[in-house]
Write a protein that binds this ligand. Structure first.
Ligand code: NAP
Length: 484
């Protein structure tokens, strides 16, 4: 299969926070891979911006080091790296003052190209950056801003952030990144749902028993303890990533694959979510077993009540989903790193093969590792001896089915940054979506705080607290095994 690289308009991409962790690990290596793939127009530039004093040449070496550490792509080599370095510029600039802005103006002057400003800085600086870009007249009619998570810590702060951006930018210029939406499989989920006759007629509570969404990590909070302890799994993962996955699974078919049509449908799902009863949530905190510190040691607060794990049963009150539970779970220091959505279909009403056998179709969408989609179907076990049934996977692992192209798909950040340059907001969260997600999340967190809820300890390297298993057992269901 021949890889198709769709050209984009030429651009200046300014990365505020161009020396930070995210820029080093994701944004810059991602841009380099797009460069290697031939997707960066000839006079496109990447401009790092931060307070650190650095010459453009020093920044070029800094970026080369980051790329060597965090990876180029198959078609990248040292020669390409040098050519990419020639596209890099750097400006010393302070988001909170006027230092460095005249230099930024000089650098951007006279270039009538797409201007993308990536705010890879703390959210407390978003408003300052937006107003300084405006004050220094650094915007043109092709300007976009990209903002990172966390987008607020509750409804009030999210509204304030939205308002501070809206003072200077139209919603059509604001790209709120959720990198889960940039994953190949997540987009494939939409292709599978809406590009096949097979699934959509069955995609409702009449045929779907339940849906599970799992995002399991093996790592602990690491060096992010301070940030994480103020946030927890609910704010850090559920409100954004799991919510977005749930929306894509549950939404009605949009009339077309267009940014607002898709986002309108996602918003309707969030607004139809039921409030979550306390006994439908399990919070956990990993302990010191295994080879690392426990959560409380890692965040240096022996009494921390922040959850590193959350599992919940969620209902959607609409015509399509009433009666079909969605079970969500995410956590750190779990047995394996795995993100998966499973659509578990109902059992047959009647089996013609005699004794009742528990065979059900399950559609599993794996986000990581080994992105792919598997459909479990029931067939006859080969050989003589009567009609014995067995479940086998119809595996649509992309690397096998699509060959080389699928082995090295663009990383989520690469894809999303190119969407920004193209001006395609389909895979970015709209302000009202983010606010609706917080409006649903806030009462759950407020309930924990009011009740003084203490997360259940769970063993590091396990599959989470036993209470989460009990929660499904009460519904006579089981969590799918978390596989590497
Ligand atoms: P970081 O490593 O602390 O980097 C922050 C960057 O901002 C540095 O380049 C810093 O450089 C710059 N900066 C700080 N104050 C500034 C100011 N007043 N004016 C201009 N530049 C300033 O943070 P990060 O981990 O890269 O995270 C950046 C954003 O992405 C945050 O919103 C974070 O929540 C989000 N995010 C990060 C990750 C991740 O994996 N790291 C994942 C998801 C989301 P100077 O100090 O030299 O100015």
């Amino acid at each position: 299969m021949v890889s198709r690289v769709i050209p984009v308009d030429t651009f200046d991409l300014v990365i505020f926070g161009g020396t930070g962790d995210l820029a080093r690990r994701k944004i810059l290596p991602g841009l380099f891979r797009r460069f290697c793939a031939g997707q960066m127009p000839e006079d496109a530039r990447v401009i790092g911006a931060a307070r650190a004093e650095m010459s453009a040449d020093e920044y070029r070496s800094f970026v080369a080091d980051a790329i060597r550490e965090f990876g180029g792509g198959k078609s990248c080599d040292d020669g390409t790296l040098e050519a990419f370095q020639a596209r890099l510029e750097y400006v010393t600039v302070d988001a909170m003052g006027d230092d460095g802005w005249p230099e930024m103006v000089k650098l951007m002057d006279g270039r009538d190209v797409v201007r993308a400003y990536y705010f890879s800085v703390a959210p407390s600086l978003f408003g300052d950056l937006a107003s300084r870009l405006h004050k220094w007249e650094l915007t043109n009619d092709q300007t976009r801003i990209v903002v990172e998570k966390p987008f607020g810590r509750d409804l009030v702060t999210a509204k304030a952030l939205n308002a501070s951006l809206a003072e200077h930018f139209d919603e059509s210029q604001i790209y709120r990144i959720d990198h889960y939406l940039g994953k190949e499989t997540v987009q494939n989920l939409m292709a599978v749902r809406f590009g096949n006759m097979l699934f959509e007629p069955l995609w409702n509570s009449q045929y779907v028993d339940h849906i599970q969404i799992t995002v399991a990590e093996t790592v602990g909070v690491g060096g992010r303890g301070d940030y994480y302890d103020r946030s927890g799994a609910m704010r850090d993962m559920v409100q954004n990533h799991l919510m977005q996955l749930l929306c894509l699974i549950a939404m009605e078919p949009p009339s077309k694959f267009d940014p607002d049509a898709v986002r309108d449908e996602k918003l309707k799902v969030i607004r139809a979510l039921d409030p979550v009863a306390p006994h439908h949530v399990v919070r956990g905190q990993y302990d010191a077993s295994g080879d690392g510190p426990g959560y409380r040691e890692a965040v240096e607060d022996p009494r921390s009540r922040t959850e590193s794990y959350v599992a919940m049963k969620v209902g959607i009150s609409n015509w399509r989903w009433a009666g079909t539970p969605f079970y969500l779970r995410t956590g750190k220091r779990l047995v394996t790193r795995s993100s998966e959505i499973s659509v578990v279909f109902k059992e047959l009403n009647h089996s013609i093969f005699g004794e009742k056998q528990d065979h059900r179709n399950t559609l599993s969408i794996r986000l990581q590792p080994n992105e792919g989609i598997t459909l479990n179907v029931t067939i006859k076990e080969p050989g003589p001896g009567g009609m014995r049934l067995v479940d086998v996977p119809l595996d649509m692992t992309f690397a096998e089915a699509l060959g080389e192209d699928a082995e090295d798909p663009p990383d989520a950040y690469e894809r999303l940054i190119m969407d920004v340059i193209r001006g395609n907001q389909t895979l970015f969260m709209r302000g009202d979506e983010v606010e609706a997600a917080w409006a649903w999340t806030d009462p759950i967190i407020a309930g924990w705080e009011a009740r003084g809820d203490v997360p259940k300890p769970y063993e590091s390297g396990s599959s989470g607290p036993g209470d989460a298993v009990q929660m499904l057992a009460r519904d006579t269901r089981v969590w799918r095994e978390v596989k590497p």
